[in-house]
Design a protein around this ligand. Sequence first.
Ligand SMILES: [Ca+2]
Ligand SMILES: [Ca+2]
Ligand SMILES: [Ca+2]
Ligand SMILES: [Zn+2]
Length: 474
Amino acid sequence: MKPAINCFFVILVILILSQSSQALIVWDGKIVDAWPQEVHQVVLGKRAASSDSEPYGFFPRPRDTTYGVVMIVDFSDQEAKFTKEQVEEWLNKTGYSSTYAKGSVHDYYYQISNGKFSLFNDVFGYYRAKQPKSYYENSSGYEKASELVNEMLTYFDPVIDFSKYDNDKNGTTESISFVYAGAGKNWGKGLWPHSGWINKKKDGVTLGTYNMSDMGSGLGLYVFCHETGHMIFGWPDLYWFGDYCIMGNRMSDNNPVPVNDFFRADQGWIPTTTISVTDNARYTVAPGQMVYRYINPANKKQMYLWSFIQNTSRYSTLKGKGLLVFKFDNSIRGNSSGTSRQLYIVEADGNNAMAEEQWPNPGSAATDFYYSTYKSEFSSTTKPASLWGLKIYNISPVADSMTFYVGTGTVPAHGGLCLLPVTNASEKMPRSLFNLKGQRVGRATVSESADILQSNGFYIMKNLQNVQQSIIIH
Ligand SMILES: [Ca+2]
Ligand SMILES: [Ca+2]
Ligand SMILES: [Ca+2]
Ligand SMILES: [Zn+2]
């Protein structure tokens, strides 16, 4: 499209969230599967990746600490059930807990980002809308939602300095939310929760993406966190993705699953080990500790990524555990059909059930995961088969950690070990771990029973404790 969009078009980008279903993105009046690239580049302020250990840079990256503004509204026929202080706690309070939310919105993003992303929302209101809620709900599309947005911007402009919410000072805000009393009534119209783009100038900045969420009967986590995913990070809805991401199906309101590990790695929230074509190695990994990726040698936009997922904590709604394999193809925009998906789960059972149904079924299955006694290999000769020469094999059973091998050649006998540079064997740990390329890959503490071999100027160690990143080398 064209750069003129910012100035001349009133762009309607609407993401609609449904109770038991998925949302829509409407761009310039038409349903699309993902934010157009312009939104990433112009509005959301894309930052590119510079090396393997850095974020990938496929999606927009906000500042590590981001401030948003939340304007709250109620109506003559739907009075506020929660105080402004309760709304502030739901959004920001550390350790917040209610029937409707395990943790605050801040807690959710802080946890799933491994403490790398902090979102704080300043709350203003209440504003009493000019019309009853029934008026705004009686709308053929989102025109009445826009009317309410305009009302609220006019009302709050004198007391809000919107330039505070242009966190990276690129001229456009990152996080503007409108949260209303009561619940959304009609899917895809009226005040149904959605995200969009305001595209108006106030206080010297352009008001960019926004989210409109409902308070519902409790103050739940799913809707606001999901809409925040669209608004701040530019993530698309993950149709045909099951329950494996908060941008996918809505399994739980009070304890939604995390953002998937591909999006997390893309933000730099979880470290990545990149496996190259010639690597033959064994890796041991604990849940949530590391993701592994294998890039198509012929096309850097395509890759496999895998990690160890345990169905506990934020993942407790999943029906299985083990290694979960993702496939990403950045030449595809969003997930527009079962056969056109930018990101999907390579289901270990090979039945491709997720490609068959958009939502809400199938949600998840134990047979989607790789683990010993079920499927211990993913390669060119398995079903499903891998592409581009990737071979993952000898995948262990699920335990506190999991082990797997990669490569089509022989893994040396000491494969599966970590390296420490030779200095002083009695030196107290923890110490840095390095791989053979000399890259620092983590820290470790040596236990009494650590098994130490000396080889080529390195100590090769087994039985390490507290290994944050157990990088296995050859
Ligand atoms: Ca102002
Ligand atoms: Ca900005
Ligand atoms: Ca399946
Ligand atoms: Zn959505």
